[in-house]
Design a protein around this ligand. Structure first.
Ligand code: NAD
Length: 341
């Protein structure tokens, strides 16, 4: 198998790239190295095995054509993109060009030069919008979406919100439509929050890693100013550890004839859902530190609850998460301790 991974030096891309090398398959990595930490991931990947690296921008149709035409990969994992909701509000055009246009460039290159390639796309649960019309109950530590205790499935109404939601959602729909109109072998994963090693978190993206860093800093300097959170901390997400994400992409590719042209909600599921308050309680207990934080207003387009119902993925390609949230969080703490600075 020959794999092309766009965004292959990002958090998820690096984990997927490492797995290709581990399997002894052929690997092509495309990344513009714009993300903080991607250069470190590239150096780390070079130590894992041999691969071709293209420092290229998915916004350039010419670059995408050239890479696809020359290499005709069996499968493309499309991870490159603009990843932060806040950045999309600051520069909607840049966000659109990266996520919507960049994805169309890939689809067009594959349609014209390598129509047999499978494309797996990393979409987001933000395609379901704010879900503000639902009823929410409140416990001392979390919101609960009444009637959706086992999560939201793929029949949930699509409702793009925020430039990031629109650009990712647009690419998500193009992926599905290129399967219908042109017979391409595309699959869409609507991801919840993912965390794990090789993730260089910022306050805008990678919240689990970010708060683990805050907790470790609070432990190192107890007098440190409180950190800030958006909202009251009761917002809930289901979290998925990176090794489960890797399994998902490879399992789906193996079943592509059955799953092509379909979207799947991929996350840790209800059993691995957690609120910020619950995360802080866990980290406080695990690290023996008291976490002090200040609440800012809720972020625009922030869902009170998103938990993926992953039954469709389980049924159609036999995937389900294996690493529970507490195991995953302990691995994340270890990784950040070893790679800080
Ligand atoms: N990590 C999550 O929790 C999560 C959740 C939902 C969806 N996703 C999606 O999964 C994908 C990967 O996420 P991640 O967490 O690994 O992000 P990341 O920022 O770590 O990785 C993205 C990579 O793409 C590269 N890149 C950005 N713009 C590019 C461009 N124009 N051309 C070429 N390369 C470019 C960056 O340098 C980076 O290495 C993203 O598309 C993201 O929207 C991630």
């Amino acid at each position: 198998m020959k794999y092309l991974i766009t965004g292959g030096c990002g958090f998820l891309g690096t984990n997927l790239s490492a797995e290709v090398l581990q399997r002894g398959d052929e690997l092509l990595v495309l990344d513009d190295l714009s993300r903080m930490g991607s250069d470190r991931n590239l150096e780390w990947l070079k130590k894992q095995g041999r691969f071709q690296f293209f420092q290229a921008d998915i916004r350039s149709a010419g670059s995408m054509d050239e890479v696809i035409k020359k290499n005709r990969p069996n499968a493309v994992f499309h991870l490159a993109g603009q990843v932060a909701m806040t950045a999309s509000l600051a520069d909607p055009r840049l966000d659109f060009e990266n996520n919507a246009l960049g994805s169309l460039n890939l689809l067009e290159a594959v349609r014209r030069f390598s129509p047999g390639s499978t494309i797996a796309y990393s979409s987001t649960n933000k395609v379901y919008g704010d879900l503000e019309e639902l009823e929410y109950a409140e416990t001392p530590s979390r919101y609960v979406a009444t009637g959706y205790e086992r999560g939201f499935d793929e029949k949930t109404r699509i409702d793009f919100r925020s430039p990031y939601g629109c650009s990712k959602g647009s690419a998500d729909q193009y992926m599905l439509d290129y399967a219908r109109c042109f017979g391409l072998k595309t699959i869409v994963f609507r991801h919840s929050s993912i965390f794990g090693s090789r993730q260089f978190s910022t306050s805008e993206q990678g919240w689990i890693g970010w708060f683990v860093q805050q907790a470790l800093e609070a432990k190192g300097s107890p007098g440190k100013d409180p950190f800030t959170i958006s909202g009251n901390g009761k917002q809930v997400r289901d979290v998925l550890f990176s090794s489960d994400l890797v399994d998902c992409y490879f399992s789906a590719v193996e079943s592509i004839s059955r799953v092509r042209g379909q979207a799947f909600n991929i996350g840790g599921g209800a059993d691995n859902s957690i609120s910020l308050i619950e995360l802080f309680t866990f980290l406080g207990r695990e690290l023996g530190v008291e976490l002090r934080y200040k609440s800012l207003p809720q972020r625009q387009s922030d869902q009170k609850v998103f938990v993926a119902n992953v039954q469709k993925a389980r049924k159609l390609f036999g995937w389900s998460p294996k690493v529970d949230k507490e195991q995953g969080l302990r691995k994340m703490i270890d990784w950040i301790c070893q790679n800080a600075g």
